[in-house]
Design a protein around this ligand. Sequence first.
Ligand code: ZN
Length: 579
Amino acid sequence: MDLLPFDTLPAHKPRRFVPPGIDLGDWGQIASLFDQLDHRAPACTSAADLERWLLDWSELSAALDEESSKRYIAMTCHTDNPEAEKAYLHFVENVDPQLKPRQFKLAQAYVTHPLRQRLPQARYEVFDRATLVHVELFRPENVPLETEEARLSQQYQKLSGSLTVQFRGEEKTLIQMGRYLEEPDRALRQEAWELVANRRLQEAEKFEEFFDQLVKLREQIARNAGYANYRDYAFRKLGRFDYTPEDCEKFHTAVEAEVMPMVAELQAERQRQLGVETLRPWDLAVDPLSRPPLRPFEQVDQMVSRTQEIFARLDGELGAGFQRMQNLRLLDLANRKGKAPGGYQSTLAEARVPFIFMNAVGLQRDVETILHEAGHAFHALATRDEDLYAYRSAPIEFCEVASMSMELLGNEFIERFYAAPEANRARRTHLEGIVNILPWIATVDAFQHWIYTHPGHTRAERTAAWVALMGRFGGAVDWSGYGPARANLWHRQLHVFLYPFYYIEYGIAQLGALQVWANSKRNKAVALNQYKHSLALGGSRPLPELFAAAGCKFEFSQKTLAPLMRLVREELGKLKAEK
Ligand SMILES: [Zn+2]
């Protein structure tokens, strides 16, 4: 595919099972490989046979994953090329849906295999528990319910994405309106904020209706699988083997006790710097000292070379990894016409190398993104020698430790991009962002715990639960006159609609990243070695062990959070900026 930014990548290992000339977009050819695996499973006569079978299954999964990634990369790098879009959609529509039942069948053959118990227990325990849950939760009667859930989710997205407002004679999407909240002119910010809030409120009834239906479906899905409530089902489904709803509640309590005082301090400071009576919802995104945006670089080449220098300063191996990505052209970073928006890191699962996609335009946000995505890329590079496909990726709670740590560690050398005052401003903004996001994570998570443990609740009760959480985690923002906007604020959080319970992962990972950073303040070399070692474990060990390998506690209470918030406060104090 010549639409890819990189040439043919060197194979990590020659294939043993998947034929070299196979067309991985042709279901017929793929199906015959699944047939072979189906037939071979019962014919395994030794543990070694079964391991070989697992590795062949792995090889097939990786080849299919890479095929899908390449088509996605080609499409997002060339949104104006209809062939690229067609090739991707072909895979999504003709291969993906067929894969699911076939992968399930193999999982079933594996968990019921008489030789499974003879495999080395420590090696396979994590794989086994995930595969067992995959098989255990499957209910044929849930398939149509999940299709309906996907349909409703898509409708939510469609409605959300279609909302626009008329602003100063122009039609703007709500996302486009976000930038006006950074304008120094307060009246303009208020006008922009009100327009967006009112536009969402006009659809409040529809959002509530979608959500009522989603909750009903999810409760039914949980009951069909034998669970008393959807929360317990979701924890199992998401593979949360290593923490419980009670641990999440500890996180909420810890954020309330340890983070909210800092939020209050930062808000008081912001209010003073802005010179306003009270902080209103439209006062939260603007630079409180009215400084122009940071300009870390002009050309994307500069961003790459400076980022390269930062990684080289941090650690020779990480520096070499990023250099290798450049050599193989595994970076497509500059914004240009015909590129999809946003940024992501994708792993080419067979070549076992990462790829980073971005739309850099010269903002501090770009520097944060490249550091973040490079953290994910280092994770992928670190697991290259792992032959079991499932173990080459870690649970999201730890993947984000890899990336968020790199933001904090990389920021230590951000003078590569800025003179000292700007470097401090960038670091301060980043740390404030962490302080401010933790309460929102707690709010979104606690809200979902409430929803799915209160079956049959009314809309009024749900709103009351949300408003109570806003009281707990919303800080001192003055919402007077905007009660309905505050009560419906969750309508904009797509995770609540689309990915139930998937959000606290970012909070858990941030606790890990802050610990890695704290460790690096004590001893950089040791912290970096622990970080690299933990990344190399991929998904082969349970979360507490991955965290321990990184030098972190897997614990979300005040005990863990208090010293981290002390460190953040201390750093913020050092980085103070005044007009
Ligand atoms: Zn990430």
